[in-house]
Design a protein around this ligand. Structure first.
Ligand code: ZN
Length: 577
């Protein structure tokens, strides 16, 4: 860091400090509600400074420093806790989650193959699950015979050959129509389902989707992104969830999040207007305690008319959209054809014109857009559209803070444009360590040089915010920190890391998981670090994140999670006998 930056941050802290010490300060005004001493506190301020003590009052930090200095804040009613040398880091952000999908693990309505067996299923294990469901009726939809079986969660990249084929399902289910969603962005069906839907070699692709065909032109049973409507409309729907079930899934899903050390999650499921109202109500009755930064539907933003912030707990000021699909399913949009599927470029979801128009209209009413972009084609479309919106409104890039969700593959020409246009890269380190087995076959070694380039973007001054895309990847910020630092999976593969020069340092990874998330939600003045004046969000962990062996980072389990000074999670303790 240069000296000017350092001086200006000291000045900023000094001003805050002064503003929290009314002169003359009476003892009761300085008396903290709670003080923590004897800690190893990584503040993640601009100098990445450490401290041993912190004091808080009314949910905010009022002192960060050493054990001697904090004494001035201890009054007769202050509760003083000894951290016993344990490490404290700022409350962690997950900048991209699909919280409602938590139902897939918590209360499954459509049986999920991965969740059922606890790992990606081999063909044989998937067939076993299908046979089990046909025998027990689990996952069978109501309706006339032959009844539909609907499941989710296949992943063909662990198969040999790594391709979905309808015959694999036919072998377990010759008589019933079967439809199985891929774990994301695609699906597959068996021969009976194709027959009932009338899908043949002559059926054209649906809009927003692609019917995969083999070299003889016959449908393989796999659908990239959207499946044809003539098939999906035959599937008897499940009864819609009750209000209670929706609220329960949300509340219990966020309890999982705070237990893993998250204090703010960024919802990426295009929340609608009515669902926003439900969530406000859940905050009002005290059922939601985590902070949520919501990416809403465009029409919900327009109906709201302007961004809002409910008690610094529930933030609505971003709009989610999609420019393409996923890499695994080959829905990601590339400028050149797929290396392992010649003639195919992926699935565009919205045009540059559409995105530019939306981004412009939304920016005028104060919302930033956060667009799902995986392939270099989708990233190009979104960057062009953002540039046009900035030009049309005259808003400075750093004030607009448009984001690329995933931002997985760029071109050498587009990389510097992120810094120039103030675009935030909202990335998922776990996607790199999960995609590493098939990324090169999809895009080839040339394009791979410009994929998952966290370190390069950081060096260019781009703000990187990290997340998991839960439930695509597990809901654990320490898995994210581990993948960011090692570029390895949790079995330490590959040795030395996958494209290790793009790994983050531990400091960068922690910053991306705290200040990065705070920045993209325009809350870096109140969240993201342990500094005087900020909301008291932090996590106590039993080991030193900065010094333990890197391969141990994913094993870190929080001992305590605090949001706004309130303890929202502690590791279970044994009741006294
Ligand atoms: Zn997502």
């Amino acid at each position: 860091m240069n000296m000017m930056k350092r001086l200006s941050s000291f000045f900023f802290i000094f001003v805050l400090f002064v503003s929290f010490l009314p002169a003359p300060a009476s003892v009761s005004e300085r008396e903290a509600d709670r003080v923590y001493i004897n800690g190893n506190i990584y503040t993640v301020d601009s100098a990445f400074s450490t401290a041993s003590a912190m004091a808080m009052k009314d949910g905010r930090f009022i002192y960060i420093g050493d054990d001697a200095g904090v004494k001035a804040y201890i009054g007769p009613l202050t509760f003083v806790s000894d951290l016993e040398g344990k490490t404290v880091i700022p409350g962690l952000h997950d900048a991209h989650v699909h919280i409602r999908y938590g139902e897939r693990e918590l209360y499954s309505r459509t049986p999920d193959i991965r969740a059922t067996i606890g790992e990606w299923a081999s063909v044989e294990r998937m067939q076993d699950v299908i046979k089990h469901c046909l025998a027990t009726g689990e996952g069978m939809r109501p309706g006339p015979e032959p009844r539909w079986l609907v499941l989710s969660g296949w992943m063909s990249d662990v198969w040999d050959p790594p391709e979905f084929r309808k015959e694999l399902i036919d072998a377990a289910a010759p008589n019933n129509p079967v439809y199985i969603s891929r774990y994301t962005h695609g699906s597959g069906a068996n021969s009976k389902a194709l027959e009932l839907a009338g899908i043949t070699r002559d059926t054209p692709d649906p809009s927003g989707g692609h019917i995969k065909k083999d070299k003889n032109g016959e449908p393989t049973g796999e659908f990239v992104e959207r499946a044809p409507a003539q098939l999906t409309k035959l599937i008897p729907p499940l009864p819609s969830m009750t209000d209670y079930e929706i609220s329960r899934n949300l509340v219990e899903g966020t309890q999982l999040a705070v237990a893993s050390g998250l204090t703010t999650i960024h919802g990426a499921s295009m929340t609608g207007y009515d669902e926003i109202q439900r969530r406000i109500k859940l905050y009002e009755v005290g059922l939601l305690r985590i902070r949520i930064n919501e990416m809403v539907r465009e029409n919900a933003a327009k109906k709201l008319g302007k961004p809002f912030n409910h008690n610094n707990k529930y933030f609505v000021r971003s709009v989610k959209a999609f420019a393409d699909g996923a890499l695994g399913s080959r829905g990601a949009l590339f400028l050149e054809e797929y290396s392992d599927y010649p003639g195919y470029y992926g699935e565009p979801r919205q045009s540059e014109d559409q995105i530019a128009q939306s981004a412009t209209e939304l920016l005028k009413i104060g919302f930033n857009m956060r667009i799902h972009c995986i392939g270099d084609g989708a990233n190009r479309v979104a960057i062009n559209a953002y540039e046009r919106a900035l030009k049309a409104t005259g808003v400075e890039g750093k004030k607009a803070r448009f984001a690329l969700e995933h931002c997985q593959v760029l071109t050498p020409d587009d990389i510097p444009r992120l810094a120039k246009l103030g675009i935030v890269a909202s990335m998922q380190p776990l996607h790199a360590t999960e995609d590493m087995n098939f990324a090169e076959s999809r895009m080839g070694s040339e394009r791979l040089q410009y994929a998952y380039i966290w370190s390069e973007l950081l060096d260019l001054g781009v703000v990187v915010a990290t997340g998991t895309d839960y439930s695509v990847s597990p809901y654990n910020p320490f898995y994210t920190l581990h993948a960011a630092v090692t570029r390895q999976d949790r079995d330490n593969n590959p040795p030395g890391g996958w494209i290790p020069e793009q790994a983050m340092t531990r400091e960068e990874a922690l910053r991306a998981a705290t200040m990065g998330g705070a920045y993209v939600m325009f809350a870096e003045d109140i969240l993201g670090s342990i500094e005087v004046g900020k909301l008291a969000d932090f996590v106590v962990i039993p080991v030193d994140y900065m010094t333990i062996p890197a391969e141990e980072i994913w094993k870190i389990k929080p001992e305590m999670t605090v949001i706004g000074g309130e303890i929202v999670y502690t590791r279970p303790v044994q009741a006294q006998k």
